[in-house]
Design a protein around this ligand. Structure first.
Ligand code: HEM
Length: 165
């Protein structure tokens, strides 16, 4: 008898926000600092580990379900402190209407902003088992990034790594 493959939990979320924004901040003499549980990936993006109460899973048919809570923070600073963009503890929520990514936008984490929408219909599974979804700027993300990009501007794709089986 063959066993039905069980969904696997997502253990980490990697997202670089927007490559051109990272390059801009660093090219203008600014800094990008990662803190708490976040780390910087080789491609310049950021990796957030799943929180203990995270419940985002990837089914055998490649569909995502649940709410993924991830830990860590990133601080962008430039133009002598005039540019300050902060994000912490991303949450990825799979809803009927689509998937959204929210972040806390202050170190106190008292507010959350819906920064991106994810196109799960275009989810790609990589050889190593991770899945990658295209992301686009959501309405409240516009102001978060200083009102420079229009709604639905493509952002860096979001990569989700399942826990080792
Ligand atoms: C002294 C203040 C500032 C100056 C002189 C400045 C200057 C510039 C310049 C010249 C560009 C065009 C860069 C290019 O196209 O290569 C740019 C782009 C941009 N700026 Fe600023 N800026 C300032 C403040 C800010 C602030 C407060 C934010 C808030 C987040 C911000 C966010 C952005 C973004 C998102 C872009 C587009 C980057 C991209 O994706 O190419 N800037 N800025």
């Amino acid at each position: 008898m063959t066993e039905t493959p069980q969904p696997v939990q997502i253990a980490a979320l990697a997202w670089g926000v927007k490559q051109s924004f990272r390059s801009y901040v660093e090219a203008t003499g600014g800094t990008i600092e990662v803190g708490a549980e976040a780390t910087r990936a080789e491609d310049g993006g950021f990796v957030f580990q799943a929180a203990p109460d995270s419940d985002l899973s990837l089914a055998a048919d490649g569909t995502l379900q649940g709410v993924g809570k991830f830990l860590g923070e990133v601080k962008f600073d430039s133009h002598g402190g005039m540019l300050k963009v902060f994000l912490a503890d991303p949450i990825l929520e799979v809803r009927e209407s689509g998937a959204v990514l929210t972040v806390a936008d202050t170190p106190k984490r008292n507010y959350r902003v819906e920064v991106a929408t994810l196109d799960l219909a275009a989810l790609v599974r990589e050889d190593a088992g991770a899945v990658v979804a295209p992301a686009a700027l959501a309405m409240f993300g516009i102001q978060w990034l200083g009102d420079h990009y229009p709604l639905k501007t493509p952002l860096d794709p979001v990569r989700l790594t399942p826990a080792a089986a």
